[in-house]
Design a protein around this ligand. Structure first.
Ligand code: NAP
Length: 307
């Protein structure tokens, strides 16, 4: 049986940073990139707040250089999605389809996934005017009218990006944005963006014709509804942690994120560590994810030294 020192599951900033640190500690890490290699930053444009890049960096470029850096120190990279884990005994088992991999320690950095509105019409019109990725799909809305649902930094960022192509309206369920002040100010100052406060998308219209033709908005204060003609709907309403592999295996916190011992990356199972957005419902930044990836690698190194 080939038993590795450390297996890393997930390849966002947390996973790659864990790989770089583990590889430099000569632990010869194996990383599974997963279904969405690079994670959320692959669908982001300018990252302006990652230290070290005076003029900002494009999300995919940042992930590309992190990957190259991990590779430079002989991280073994497998472009596959882990299908199950068994942490009930040592060595820890990580399975991809029919193939089992074994390790003394595992770092989980599976990140989080964009939340959906949860409407049946959203499902039916997905890819037909409904999108969760402005960067990927914005171009298809050249000269059209779109709405962005949400009031966080992502919604602000995506709204500004989409003004390159489309007429943009932000629909937010409250009367104040959650986004950081600087992002809010940019949106408010942008003449190409209209804001509709206190409104939720009640229904996406166009299922009968096979593409989005509008939305029915519900006033969250009065309950009144009205229809609005638009061509595209972008939901930018936060994320859910990717914990499906670990639900009955590891402790979760009250928000459904992997629970770690405060100030560490330790989960409730010895040798299993968690880093990045899968265990962080609060900060959720690329830099904090990277920092926690570093913590996980150092915690794993210490754990292995004590075996
Ligand atoms: P977020 O901060 O959690 O914001 C989600 C937004 O969606 C909130 O305004 C929320 O409304 C709304 N929302 C949630 N569920 C909804 C529903 N079912 N229907 C309608 N609206 C709903 O998520 P995020 O914007 O994705 O940001 C996540 C993290 O990444 C944050 O820490 C953010 O600062 C960071 N981020 C930073 C940058 C940057 O600095 N450049 C860019 C993107 C993201 P309520 O406000 O009413 O709860």
């Amino acid at each position: 049986m080939d038993i590795r020192n450390v297996i890393i599951i997930g390849s966002g900033p947390a996973g790659w940073t864990a790989a770089i640190y583990a590889a430099r500690a000569d632990l010869k890490p194996l990383i599974f990139e997963g279904n969405e290699p690079g994670g959320q930053l692959m669908t982001t444009t300018d990252v302006e707040n990652f230290p070290g890049f005076v003029n900002g960096v494009m999300g995919p470029e940042l992930m590309g250089v992190m990957r190259d850096q991990a590779k430079r120190f002989q991280t073994e990279i497998i472009s596959a999605h882990v299908t199950s884990v068994d942490f009930s005994q040592q060595p820890l088992k990580v399975t991809v389809g029919e193939k089992d991999y074994f390790a003394k320690s595992v770092i989980i950095s599976t990140g989080a996934t964009a939340r959906r509105l949860g409407l049946e019409s959203e499902k039916q019109l997905y890819g037909k005017g409904v999108s969760a990725c402005a960067t990927c799909d914005g171009f298809f809305f050249k000269g059209k009218k779109v709405i962005i649902v949400g009031g966080g930094d992502s919604a602000m960022e995506e709204a500004m990006f989409l003004t390159r192509f489309a007429e943009v309206t932000i629909v937010h369920r409250r009367d104040a944005f959650r986004a950081s002040k600087i992002m809010q100010e940019r949106v408010m100052a942008n003449p190409k963006i209209t804001i509709i406060w206190n409104s939720a998308v009640d229904e996406i219209l166009g299922v009968d014709v096979g593409h989005v033709t509008g939305v029915r908005l519900k006033d969250t204060v009065t309950g009144e509804t009205r229809e609005m003609a638009i061509d595209g709907v972008f939901a930018s309403i936060g994320h859910e942690p990717n914990v499906s592999l670990f639900k009955d295996v590891l402790d979760l916190d009250e928000k459904g994120y992997l629970k770690t011992v405060p100030g560490t990356s330790k989960t409730n199972i010895p040798g299993v560590f968690a880093a990045g957005d899968v265990q962080d419902s609060h900060y959720r930044q690329a830099i904090t994810a990277a920092g926690s990836g570093c913590m996980a690698a150092l915690d794993a190194e210490k754990y292995l030294a004590g075996l």
